[in-house]
Design a protein around this ligand. Structure first.
Ligand SMILES: [Zn+2]
Ligand SMILES: [Zn+2]
Length: 282
């Protein structure tokens, strides 16, 4: 079984460093921030830099996902934040298109002044606008990430994401990223094979396994159902090692990028990546 396995890598010092980190960590799938995740502004990517990024990722046969800035909140009803969020994700989709990035992963959004049902509607409404504005970049799949449910975050139930798909339209351009730490903190247990399989079957029933674009491999510093999003190194949190063994040997996840997003840089990520690589049944 071909397995796409890698880590989140930094682009500090330039996009080319992502390819270097992929080599250093032994990744054939990576996730990057295409710009600083803590700022709204981003300069247009340099065409030469973009083309050499596409070359090095193609040369190394890398599957690349991008993670959207955490500032973007499609659940917002504040005119300024809403506007900036729509602009921010639109620009990001274009950057992904230019860089040949297949998946853009983002948290659905939140709104402390609305009910969950209203927030879900707001997210779908804004997402629809974004997809209308980016019709020529429909090759970039927008992957909504499951969340821990911290604060007023939508996405801690699979049903939230299914509802957004139903309301937003353009379903063929939408996908899902499962984060193991987030689903566990949200209350989905995956520590035994039976529980893991139950979760995956539920996912298939509620969203559809065909919609799965990526899995973030993170252990959880906080217990089951804590609703707190704190990543831990693989095997060093409340999830423990077994769940990761089920994932890397799950035939349903063939060709789905599995991305380590644990604390630290290349050095720490390689340790976590090697742990999960060693779990793959020969
Ligand atoms: Zn994640
Ligand atoms: Zn997280």
């Amino acid at each position: 079984m071909k397995i796409l396995l890698g880590t989140h890598v930094s682009i500090s010092g330039g996009l080319k460093n992502a390819c270097l980190s992929a080599k250093n960590t032994g990744s054939n799938a990576i996730q990057i921030f295409t710009k600083s995740q803590l700022r709204w502004q981003a300069k247009e990517p340099d065409l030469n830099e973009a083309s050499s990024f596409r070359q090095c990722t193609a040369g190394q046969k890398l599957t690349v996902a991008a993670h959207l800035s955490y500032l973007v909140n499609l659940g917002s009803t504040d005119e300024i934040i809403k506007e900036k969020s729509i602009e921010g994700i639109t620009a990001e989709i274009k950057r992904c298109g230019l860089l040949g990035i297949k998946y853009l992963i983002f948290h659905p959004g939140s709104n402390k002044n609305l009910t969950e049902k209203e927030t879900i509607k707001q997210i779908a409404f804004n997402l629809n606008i974004v997809m209308q504005k980016t019709a020529e970049f429909k090759n970039v799949i927008l992957a909504l990430e499951t969340t821990a449910g911290q604060g007023n975050q939508i996405g801690y139930k699979l049903e939230h994401i299914a509802k957004i798909f139903e309301l937003a339209g353009y379903a063929e351009r939408l996908g899902v990223c499962i984060d193991t730490c987030h689903i566990f903190a949200a209350g989905y247990d995956i520590r035994t094979l039976a529980d893991y399989n139950e979760f995956m079957e539920n996912f298939d029933k509620i969203i559809g396994i065909k919609k799965l674009c990526a899995v973030h491999l993170n252990d959880s510093l906080k217990p089951l159902g804590s609703k707190v999003d704190r990543h831990a190194p693989i095997g060093k949190g409340y999830i423990g090692r077994d769940a990761f063994r089920f994932i890397v040997n799950d035939g349903r996840l063939k060709n789905i990028p599995l991305i380590v997003e644990t604390p630290g840089g290349d050095k720490e990520h390689k340790i976590d990546l090697d742990i999960v690589k060693n779990m793959i049944n020969k």
